[in-house]
Design a protein. Structure first.
Ligand code: ADP
Ligand code: MG
Length: 321
């Protein structure tokens, strides 16, 4: 590497992210020293992005920096937690300064937007791989979990799922769309928005919550299973973006909304008797979420259309006969 490991850290990462008074010691020593506020529990998560697996080879470095942090922020959002500190384990094939500059800027911008300080990490040589560990806090005993739902609870999702999957297909040349729709969908894949404000406000409303990283149907299924429930999702209630429908057509758009990954939206359940209070405090139009189904006592998870169950096949939907 032309740039030394130490020089690289000093130039791109020592001052990355927000400054915070609760960082007693950040990048530069053997460990960071952090002050956890009294009465709060520490929330910790880690996610790894591997080139060629989680993002296409040659993907925008600014996007990769953004996504490496965003996927972790999304995990804290799903817990209703407030992010504070991040650590970055970076494996690089070379010290490519143009890449490092764009990557660190993408990371820095999102970190500052959420007042997250980068407090340490590790830098090694090898195939491109990025791990970010996020640390944050949540008032003791109030974190959202996947496991709190009950039969009858209404299921909601934020945003317009499916957009990121279409954006990735556009990036890879597996889908074509008019420029405006293509740009909007690409943006959803490259620069996802972690729903931290919504997650925090859902504490006290939601019975269970999960972030949608692997597809709405699968992740709603994980929430349901953790809650000891099944779930019904209503095909006609899926929130589809105009860009997704324009690019993929309505049938494929619904399928992507159910099975496409990388959206980093929140899927959450709310007891039916609490829905009015939720919608009054957090108007759905303003906060961008929508009811899409409900939890059920029976363990199966399915999608229905006009009262009929659909079977999701690889090629699309088949009605049960
Ligand atoms: P050690 O060998 O003790 O683990 P390193 O020499 O690997 O320490 O790292 C020196 C300092 O730089 C440490 O404080 C570490 O947390 C930080 N650091 C290393 N790589 C990164 C990175 N990619 N981003 C942020 N901080 C980093
Ligand atoms: Mg080290």
């Amino acid at each position: 590497m032309a740039l030394s490991e130490f020089g690289l850290i000093a130039r791109y990462f020592a001052a990355c992210g927000a400054g915070r008074p609760d960082v007693r010691l950040g990048v530069g020593d053997d460990a960071a020293l952090l002050v956890c506020p009294p009465g709060q529990e520490l929330a910790a998560a880690i996610d790894t992005l591997v080139e060629g697996v989680h993002f296409p080879p040659g993907c925008s470095a600014a996007s990769t920096g953004h996504r490496a942090l965003a996927v972790n922020l999304s995990d804290l959002a799903a817990m209703g937690a407030q992010p504070a500190w991040a650590l970055l384990a970076l494996t690089l094939p070379s010290a490519d300064e143009a890449w490092l500059s764009a990557f660190s800027q993408g990371l820095d911008r999102l970190a500052r937007a959420h007042e997250v300080a980068l407090v340490g990490g590790d830098t090694t040589h090898g195939p491109l791989c990025i791990s970010v560990q996020i640390l944050g806090h949540v008032p003791a005993g109030t974190a959202l979990r996947r496991s709190g739902g009950s039969p009858g609870d209404i299921l909601f999702v934020s945003g317009t799922p499916g957009d990121a999957a279409a954006g990735l297909m556009l990036e890879q040349g597996r889908l074509a769309a008019a420029p405006e729709a293509a740009a909007a969908l690409r943006e959803r894949f490259l620069f996802p928005t972690p729903r931290l404000a919504l997650g925090a406000r859902l504490r006290g409303h939601a019975s269970a919550c999960i972030d949608v990283s692997d597809g709405l149907l699968g992740d709603a299924g994980k929430l349901a299973a953790a809650s000891g429930c099944g779930a019904e999702l209503l095909l006609e209630e899926l929130p589809l973006s105009a860009a997704l429908v324009a690019a993929a057509g309505e049938t494929r758009a619904r399928e992507l909304a159910l099975t496409g990954g990388d959206d980093y939206e929140l899927c959450f359940s709310v007891p039916a008797e609490r829905v009015a209070a939720l919608q009054q405090e957090l108007p759905p139009g303003e906060w961008g979420y929508r009811a899409i189904g409900r939890l059920r006592a029976a363990a199966d998870v399915y999608v229905s259309s006009a009262g009929r169950r659909l079977a999701l096949a690889a090629a699309g939907y088949d009605h049960f006969s």
